[in-house]
Each structure stands twice: as C-alpha cells, then as structure tokens.
Design a protein around this ligand. Sequence first.
Ligand SMILES: NC(=O)c1ccc[n+]([C@@H]2O[C@H](COP(=O)([O-])OP(=O)(O)OC[C@H]3O[C@@H](n4cnc5c(N)ncnc54)[C@H](O)[C@@H]3O)[C@@H](O)[C@H]2O)c1
Length: 350
Amino acid sequence: MLNLNFYKNKKILITGHTGFKGAWLCEILASAGAHVYGFSLEPPTSPSLFNIAKVGDDMESFLGDIRDFEQISSIFKKVQPEIVFHLAAQPIVRESYKNPVYTYETNVMGTVNLLECVRINDCVKSVLNVTTDKVYENKEWEWGYREYEPLDGYDPYSNSKSCSELVTHSYKKSFFLDGRVRISTARAGNVIGGGDFADDRIIPDCVRAAAKGEPIVVRNPYSVRPYQHVLEPLYAYLMIAQRQYEDKAYEGYYNVGPDETDCIATGELVGKFCDIYGEGAAWINKCEEGPHEANFLKLDCSKLKNVFSWKPHWNIDKAIEKTVEWTKCYLSGDDVSNCMKKQIKEFFIS
Ligand SMILES: NC(=O)c1ccc[n+]([C@@H]2O[C@H](COP(=O)([O-])OP(=O)(O)OC[C@H]3O[C@@H](n4cnc5c(N)ncnc54)[C@H](O)[C@@H]3O)[C@@H](O)[C@H]2O)c1
C-alpha cells in the first residue's frame, strides 16, 4: 500500500501540474510535506482548478513547453528532483484529430525530452509516466485489456500515448537497467472529480449544463468506460513511485481502473450524476456522427491488485457524489481549496 509519509521533504517534479490531475496531485503531495515543483504550460482551461484552488501557493510552479528540450532541461538542473511524475500532455481525443502534429510532438517528444533529462541528471530515482487505458489496440471486446497486450491506440491521442509507452520501454532497457532509475507507466481510465473544466469530457459537460439549468447532451450514451474518481489513479501513481523507489522489483507497466461492476455506460453515469445533483438535472441522448471513439473499453487490473494488494477506495456512486459535492461548493462560491483538502483527507485516511 501507499505510505504518504514517504514523500515528506522529498523533491518531486510534476509535469502537467496546471492541469486537472496535476493540480490534485500537487495538493496531495504538498499536504504530505513534499517539496513540490511543477513544469507545464499555463492551465489548459479557464477557469482552472489550479487557479481557483490556489494550488500554486503550496509549491513552486515553472511555466514552459515540454516540446522544448532546453526549457525542461533548465528546470531539471535547477530543481534536481528525486521523483518525477510525467503528466504533461495534449489529452483530448477530439483535439488530436484537429491537431495531430501538436499532439504527437507534445505526447511523444515531450516524453523523450523528459526521459533524456532523467538520463543526464543523476538526481532522479523514480519516474512514473502517466499514459492511458487507450494505449491498447482496441478490439471492442468485453474483456479487460492486460498489460502485455499490443499497444496500438486508434486515434492520434491514443496512439501518441502508445508511442510514449514505447519510448519509456526503450529508455528503460537502453539506459536504466543498472537500477539507478526506476521507471513505470500507469494506464488509467477516464477520471471524474471536482475541478475538471475541459471541453469534450462528460462530467464538465454535465456541470456546465446543470449550472445553466439546461439538459445535458450526451453524444455517446452507450459507450462503456472505466470511470473512476481522480484520486484513485493518483493514489496508484504515488504508490508505484514510492514502492519502486524503495525496491526496483516494483517497476513495471500497470493498468489502473475500477472494479468490473463500476465500468458503466456514459448514459448511466450521467443518469447517476443527475440523481445526485438534483435540482431537476436531466439529459438527452444525441448520438451523433463524429470521429471514431472507442465504444467498449475495460482494463484488467489484476496486476496492480496482486503486486500491491491494492483495491479501489470509492465506487462509482461515491465518485459521483464527491464530484457533485465539489461542484456545488464551487458554484455557490465557497472555498474550493478547503473542499479539495477535505476530500483528499477523507480518501487517504479512509
Ligand atoms: N483526465 C482523464 O480522464 C485521463 C485519463 C487517462 C489518462 N490521462 C492522462 O493524465 C494526464 C493528465 O491529464 P489531465 O486530465 O490532467 O489533462 P489536462 O489537460 O487537465 O492537463 C494537461 C497538462 O499538461 C500541460 N501541457 C499540455 N501541453 C504541454 C506542453 N506542450 N508543454 C508543457 N505542458 C503541457 C498543461 O498545461 C496541463 O498542465 C495526461 O497525460 C492524460 O493523457 C487523463
């Protein structure tokens, strides 16, 4: 299991810290007493969790572009991190159809630049590369993918993340077999939680519509996805990075997802959101012809469970309840930073 005390006083670099997952990760690590440094572009949305929860107050934030080796390299030299979490990415499938070159540059060369910094600086001992459940060749079958199955994402986003995996495998075999640096990748499913303001993601769409009292338009109600609360994969990332730091035997490639019963269709997720949100929230089915997106995607997480005796903390109902709790706090103008800290405490202590 994870021991958060391990992170006390450790120097941690998070790429993509101004994003949704990155902001939550910074907050967890800062509250664990770590020295947290971040490298990324400006927050990708406005508003953003990073800004409204004042995440930058508890850490040192550097703005830069991961496609530019000199920029990330100078931060490495300055910070000399012991542990690195790589989250910086162009993470939206539809955006990757509009801008495939930028998506590949950021997600593939960004990974190369980061691992090159790890290679030429002696400080790093543990690296966790955050990829996605979409790295697998999707056969649209009902079984969960296992870590050894072929990596061949369909769309440019998914495929760029498959490439990021392959880059990581090569760096590991070519440069880090001596065990100086331990590297893992984590392939997590779709996350939900308070503070996601991205376009083209289902919970942000729900929040925007419900706040305006409009029906929620669902494009793909029958697609089944491994939804889970954002704190679930973050717990797993922290656990893997800690355990491999202590013992090289734990490095590997790990799926991170909910239990089978919590893999639900998007329509069901939105229905649950409406029930918990109340205030007359409702949704409409608007299946549309858009670019290809996977309809059926499940992960087999036996490896993570067996290796670390891990299991998910919050089921899908609890995950939605906590998302709605944060959203209502935000919409009523209450202190979202407090709400975030309270949820982190509840998750990591329960
Ligand atoms: N949110 C999900 O459901 C989900 C699911 C699986 C995997 N992931 C992965 O988790 C990671 C974080 O996702 P998120 O939801 O927080 O995304 P996000 O869009 O909220 O954050 C992305 C972060 O990357 C930074 N970034 C983007 N391009 C950059 C560049 N060229 N140089 C430097 N920084 C850059 C942004 O500034 C931001 O800090 C991504 O790698 C994503 O692929 C997310």
